[in-house]
Ligand binder design. Sequence first.
Ligand SMILES: C[S@@+](CC[C@H](N)C(=O)[O-])C[C@H]1O[C@@H](n2cnc3c(N)ncnc32)[C@H](O)[C@@H]1O
Length: 241
Amino acid sequence: MAALGKVYLIGAGPGAPDLITVRGARLLAQADVVLYDALVTPEMLALCERAEKISVGKRSGQRSTAQTHINEQLVDCARRYQAVVRLKGGDPMLFGRADEELRALEAEGIEVEVVPGITTAVAAAAATLQPLTKRGVARSVAFFTSSTAPDHPEHPALPETDTLIQYMGGREAAATAERLLAQGRRPDLPVITVENCSRPDQRVRRLLLSDLAHGLETAHGPVLVMIGEALQRREHQPDDK
Ligand SMILES: C[S@@+](CC[C@H](N)C(=O)[O-])C[C@H]1O[C@@H](n2cnc3c(N)ncnc32)[C@H](O)[C@@H]1O
């Protein structure tokens, strides 16, 4: 039987093609096959010209069936190819179903290497020139989501950190704001939303926690919601791009 290939779980970063790591780009260029997510941009796929490219982007709803299929595809590819890349938006180890994929590959004895990527939270901090921690003001940060697995539908408690970064929060943002206000957070706490971070159509909006409780404007791309005192504009800070 032919030797099993190796699977690389690579973080593509937030979208801009030059925000992937050097290691990630090198492995992409050498890949035989690349299975990529919906949030991976066409510019990023230009880095793996010679590879067979398989879109495994999934929409919400029927997510577990889709994930099982992706796991099977990964195992199948590792049986047929030497260098298999699983390319995920941001960092593969954050909100990316990496646990399921690692379990499926490990169960078949397939070697895996993870290459980190720039997660959206730190890319959004850079894009808005807004540190997530601030001496004397914010010493803790939580990356969280209110999106729940179908078999765990209840809403978990919100983190009690100084800065909160909500992934997959577009539809949940108003409810999150209401819960934070009910927990005693200040209504004038700064909030920043970043849509399509690092891409040409990036949109930054600044509002207050009390505004967020009324919901977000409709977004056309992925949105990250950042909440906390550290996000207060500095006196001479340039306008957002
Ligand atoms: C399934 S999670 C994947 C997160 C990814 N693994 C990471 O580390 O950034 C998808 C969510 O990440 C955020 N996201 C990913 N890319 C983004 C981008 N370019 N701009 C804004 N938000 C983004 C959004 O909140 C989106 O709903």
